[in-house]
Design a protein around this ligand. Structure first.
Ligand SMILES: NC(=O)c1ccc[n+]([C@@H]2O[C@H](COP(=O)([O-])OP(=O)(O)OC[C@H]3O[C@@H](n4cnc5c(N)ncnc54)[C@H](OP(=O)(O)O)[C@@H]3O)[C@@H](O)[C@H]2O)c1
Length: 276
């Protein structure tokens, strides 16, 4: 039994977390099964906990075995410790998912890493790592999972991008580029699978309170914007995937910054020069 209390968070008038009673609703929602990458920490971990509250059975993906064990125990989920930067790891994940879960209703790609510092001194190996984990791995995993979803005519894909991909953040050149690629991937894939029962939702978080900054070796030092809780991001992105939304910005006001960036890039650059 999942012993976590059943939360009943509401998001935009929609109950995000159910009491556990589920109907076989069309469109694969609420999800009965999910694959969650980055489930050992931060946003992915919170997403896995939230899905367990909806009686969703998950395959939790990460590298840190003890951290995965802890989430697996709390969610009654399955776990697989793999390095997603390793070519072919997506095949391992997809076949374990088929074996343990059967049909997969939802794939959440949250695994990712950051890097901060000037591009001209960035080690080439760090560039490789960022590209491998932040963009190649989600593409490969979705590539591995999508055919079965298309065959069933049902499935949800939830990709975790970043506002950095929409705005381009100085000192985070490669990270921004990988997350910009995620935007292109999400847009193009959504358009390609449109009308075939598959939704593609892109989550664009701002600054989130997770171990992300510590891991990249550069703490978050700005006083504004304040980091938001990972649980809030998980709630909002899962609700957005349930509605089949194309994208969700967390917090919402970030979409305004992206609109200024798109509509008036030189004004945006001047403002970014002032505010950093
Ligand atoms: N925190 C923020 O401010 C923020 C803002 C915007 C977007 N995001 C994005 O949100 C996503 C989640 O980040 P987070 O904040 O939750 O960070 P986090 O707490 O550091 O979690 C990162 C997760 O990615 C997994 N991961 C990293 N490299 C991996 C690899 N090679 N193979 C398998 N798993 C790997 C980690 O697993 P192990 O620990 O088990 O290796 C961990 O579960 C990322 O895509 C990030 O870019 C974060």
């Amino acid at each position: 039994m999942n012993t976590r209390p059943r939360a009943a968070a509401r998001e935009g008038g929609l109950t995000v977390v159910s009491s556990g009673a589920r109907s076989a609703s069309p469109g694969g929602w609420p999800p009965r099964t999910a694959v969650v990458t980055g489930a050992s920490s931060g946003i992915g971990r919170e997403a896995a906990l939230l899905l367990a509250d909806q009686n969703c059975r998950s395959l939790l993906v990460g590298r840190n075995g003890p951290a995965l064990d802890e989430v697996a125990a709390a969610t009654q989920g399955h776990r697989i410790a793999v390095d997603l930067a390793r070519p072919g790891s997506e095949v391992t994940v997809a076949s374990r998912a088929a074996e343990l879960l059967g049909d997969v209703d939802l794939v959440i790609c949250s695994a990712g890493l950051g890097a901060a510092g000037p591009f001209d001194v960035m080690p080439p190996s760090a560039i490789n790592d960022l590209v491998a984990v932040n963009i190649l791995a989600p593409m490969m995993l979705v590539r591995a999972m999508l055919p079965a979803m298309l065959d069933r005519g049902e499935g949800r894909i939830l990709l975790v991008g970043s506002v950095a991909g929409a705005l381009g953040v100085r000192g985070e050149v490669v990270y921004s580029a990988t997350k910009a690629a995620m935007i292109g991937f999400a847009d193009a894939l959504r358009s390609e699978v449109s009308g075939r029962g598959i939704s593609v939702t892109l989550c664009l978080p701002g600054v989130v309170d997770t171990p992300f900054f510590h891991r990249r070796g550069a703490p978050y030092v700005r006083r504004w914007p304040r980091p938001i809780p990972a649980g809030l991001v998980a709630q909002r992105m899962i609700a957005a995937a349930g509605r089949g939304d194309a994208e969700v910005w967390v917090p919402r006001w970030l979409s305004a910054a992206a609109r200024v960036h798109g509509a008036a890039p030189s004004l945006y650059r001047r403002l970014a020069g002032v505010f950093g």
